[in-house]
Design a protein around this ligand. Structure first.
Ligand code: C2E
Ligand code: CA
Ligand code: CA
Length: 752
């Protein structure tokens, strides 16, 4: 911010000096340049004779001559600062003159030069449209142009040329002020704007003008006495007044002048001083005092008036940005500071010794959304205002208070003040809105800034983490941020970004773990499992990244891609001759409940030409328990396609028998934990046995996962479970390894 202002300040000064120089150069220029374009040499000499020794506005005249339109084009293209062109309409062609005007205005872009058309015969008068469109100053027949007439015509053309030049210089300056003002903010903006005004007036009058700019202290009512005005910009001579009220002006006559201007609400032009009075819509006025030392010409006064009316636009812009600034830092509803402002204060606190004893807290109103929905937004707004007021009453004098979200307030202050107990007392009594009593509670997240090594926005985020923790734990509770919380969440966020990048950069891949018929010891299918090798070449375990993919919604796209990859591989294996081979694919809750899921499944099957009957979707038992209506419908639709369903991790949830029957699934997958129980130390695997019996009574298939030992395999077979997946038979394999593994001698699959 300060950098921005700095550069604009520089730009203002830079621009100003250049313009003053340019103007001085113009003033110093001895004469007005008049160009005569006529194919008749007599006209040239007659004109010179008529105007030659005259002075207009204290400057002599010099002449440029062209005897044809073509010659004129060449001269005009290289000669700047021509004030007036006296142009013959008919030269080489009847319309040579008008064509030349077109060339001057449009091609050369010379809009300042004044053009006087002359014609031999009255019949050759140009169309009125041409006069307007080409900004032709005057049109005269040559016989009309007596010496005096020619003089007055050229004089008025020169006057208007001079005026146009100043105005366009002035307009360039204005553009600059307006642009600068929109970029700058607030008081700082107004100050820059005001120094800009002083400098522009110097440019306008062509000499350095001393003066100052003041504005009224209070917004709302128009200043009525001079002490209501505050000096915001000064030239060097008035520097002593800077940031003081205008009644500190040493010169009483200036004080009186300003007072008169305030009273009359208009500009005043005095012998040595000018007072300019600006008013704008929001009743904020600005007064500019200029010390001119010499009397200002009528023309300059007129230009100043134009300048003033133009400058009001710029002033309005500055006022607008000031108000925007107000909006940028304050919450319009409660008038409290907003998030941005809090962040500023927080940054300052973190830089100061206050840091060691400060606490930041976020106060979230419990169930506010429900209240808002039930009683209406107007009521909700009023409720927020009374909470804000209550918080201000309690903490306004000792702490910084802000509204940082819909129903979330922030409190920053000393650790003795910002405590959960003190905050909770604010909510002890009911709030009254519209004669109704509303009892509210709040949940609080806090962070001790002492020793905290992050910046302001980190601290706010971390407090929010603590708040979320407290909310997840229990409403109306509080929680202090600990480093562990932050590490955990940041790690999750980091991983989410990394996962998204990995997916986009195709660093995810699918491996396939064979499923075996233990009786024949031959592979019957495989489960597709997702793998992620990060940029350091390390595998990130799916147990870590799958929950993040689910939480972030990434799983929808990733899962669809896994499904398609698995289908492609299935078709490939069928083509290699393993025509009975099945493919199992894991599907998460988020995928499954996505409205497009069925469509994407169908598309995957059609696009890859995978046979639906060889595809199996694994859903977890906990998913099977959620929202039974939706599930039954979706499962039904999936089964209509011919796709099989298996329930993963079976035994870890609580499915009832009747529920399972309704779901009409094809297979149960015994969770690894129950297979693990089958070992020579403790267990005989009673749960695994029960699951196998359950599948038999439901007349559906059963498979055991995580089979690692011969004992487990034999025991499971003894129960009547013939399908298995596990390290005993095969680890998950890449696509190429799987193909090679399947192609080998069947003896190799066997385990003794
Ligand atoms: P899951 O569906 O229960 O997958 C079986 C997990 O057991 C796999 O772990 C597999 O490598 C492992 N496993 C297989 N045999 C043995 C064994 O004999 N002993 C032991 N100790 N482990 C064995 P993985 O690949 O780490 O996958 C973990 C979980 O990640 C999966 O559990 C599944 O829930 C999820 N997952 C993996 N890929 C996907 C996917 O594409 N989509 C979805 N939604 N989830 C996936
Ligand atoms: Ca699985
Ligand atoms: Ca499993």
């Amino acid at each position: 911010m300060s950098e921005l202002n700095q550069s604009n300040d520089d730009a203002l000064i830079f621009m100003d000096e250049q313009s003053v120089e340019a103007l001085n150069a113009q003033v110093a220029k001895a004469s007005w340049r008049i160009m005569i374009i006529d194919d008749d040499p007599d006209v040239h000499s007659a004109t010179m004779f008529a105007l030659g020794n005259l002075e207009i506005q204290n400057r002599t005249l010099t002449f440029l001559h062209a005897y044809s339109a073509n010659e004129a084009r060449e001269i005009l293209a290289r000669e700047p600062d021509i004030a007036v062109i006296l142009l013959d309409v008919v030269m080489e062609q009847e319309d040579a003159g008008l064509n030349l005007v077109n060339f001057v205005r449009k091609d050369l872009g010379m809009i300042d030069v004044r053009i006087i058309l002359r014609t031999g015969q009255p019949g050759y008068a140009p169309e009125i449209d041409a006069i307007r469109d080409y900004d032709i100053n005057d049109y005269k027949t040559k016989s009309e142009l007596t010496r005096t007439k020619l003089y007055t015509t050229v004089t008025s053309a020169i006057r208007s040329y001079e005026q146009i030049c100043s105005i366009s210089a002035n307009q360039r300056g204005l553009e600059f002020i307006v642009n600068a003002s929109t970029e700058l903010m607030s008081q700082k903006g107004l100050q820059n704007f005001s120094s800009g005004v002083l400098q522009q007036i110097s440019v306008l009058l062509g000499r350095k003008v001393e003066g100052f700019v003041c504005n009224q202290i209070d917004e709302g009512k128009l200043a009525s006495v001079i002490s209501d005005l505050f000096v915001i910009a000064t030239s060097s001579q008035f520097a002593y007044l800077s940031q003081k009220t205008a009644d500190k002006i040493e010169d009483c006559s200036i004080q009186n002048l300003i007072q008169t201007s305030i009273d009359l609400r208009r500009n005043l032009y005095e012998q040595n001083f000018i007072v300019l009075h600006f008013e704008n819509g929001t009743h904020k006025n600005l007064t500019v005092l200029l010390q001119t030392n010499i009397e200002v010409s009528e023309l300059d006064k007129r230009l100043l008036e134009v300048f003033c009316s133009n400058i009001s636009v710029g002033l309005n812009n500055v006022m607008l940005t000031s108000r925007l600034h107000q909006y940028a830092y304050f919450d319009p509803l409660t008038g409290l500071a907003n998030r941005l402002k809090l962040l500023q204060t927080l940054a300052e606190t973190l830089q100061s010794p206050l840091k060691d004893s400060s606490v930041l807290s976020l106060i979230d109103i419990d169930h506010f959304a429900e209240t808002n929905d039930a009683l209406g937004h107007q009521f909700g707004d009023a409720l927020l205002c009374s909470v804000a007021k209550r918080l201000l009453d309690h903490f306004g004098t000792c702490c910084h208070l802000a509204r940082v979200g819909g129903d979330t307030f922030a409190l920053l202050g000393d650790q003795d003040q910002v405590t959960p107990q003190k905050i909770f007392t604010v909510f002890q009594h009911a709030f009254e809105v519209d004669h109704q009593e509303v009892q509210l509670s709040s949940t609080i997240g806090l962070i001790k800034l002492s020793g905290y090594d992050g910046g302001g926005s980190d601290a706010l985020k971390d407090t929010n983490i603590a708040l979320k923790r407290a909310k997840a734990h229990q409403r109306a509770s509080h929680s202090y941020f600990t480093v562990d919380m932050g590490v955990e969440i940041r790690e999750r966020v980091r991983m989410m970004h990394a996962l998204r990048a990995a997916f986009e950069n195709e660093r995810l891949f699918v491996v396939y773990q064979p499923q075996i018929d233990m009786r024949t010891q031959t592979p019957v299918g495989a489960e597709a499992l997702l793998r992620w090798k990060n940029e350091n070449g390390q595998f990130v375990p799916p147990d870590q990244f799958i929950p993040i993919a689910e939480y972030s919604g990434l799983i929808v796209d990733i899962g669809e891609w896994v499904l398609r990859s698995a289908c492609f591989e299935l078709v490939h294996l069928h083509n290699l001759g393993f025509t009975e081979f099945k493919m199992a694919v894991n599907v998460s809750q988020a995928q499954f409940s996505h409205p497009q899921f069925l469509q994407s499944l169908e598309a995957a099957l059609t696009d890859t030409r995978a046979p639906a009957s060889c595809l199996e979707l694994e859903i977890t038992e906990s998913m099977a328990m959620n929202d039974p209506e939706m599930l039954i419908k979706t499962l039904h639709n999936i089964k209509q396609l011919g796709v099989q369903i298996s329930i993963d991790d079976f035994g870890t949830g609580f499915s009832s028998l009747s529920h399972l029957q309704k779901l009409n699934v094809d297979k149960l997958k015994i969770d690894r934990a129950f297979v693990n129980e089958i070992n020579d130390k403790s267990g005989e695997g009673s749960i695994a046995k029960m699951i196998v019996q359950l599948s038999q009574s439901l007349n559906i298939k059963v498979i055991a996962e995580g089979v690692e030992t011969k004992l487990q395999a034999d025991t499971l077979m003894g129960f009547g479970c013939h399908l298995a997946q596990g390290y005993l038979y095969a680890r998950p394999k890449t696509q190429l390894d799987l193909r090679a593994w399947l192609a080998q001698d069947p003896e190799q699959w066997k385990v003794m």
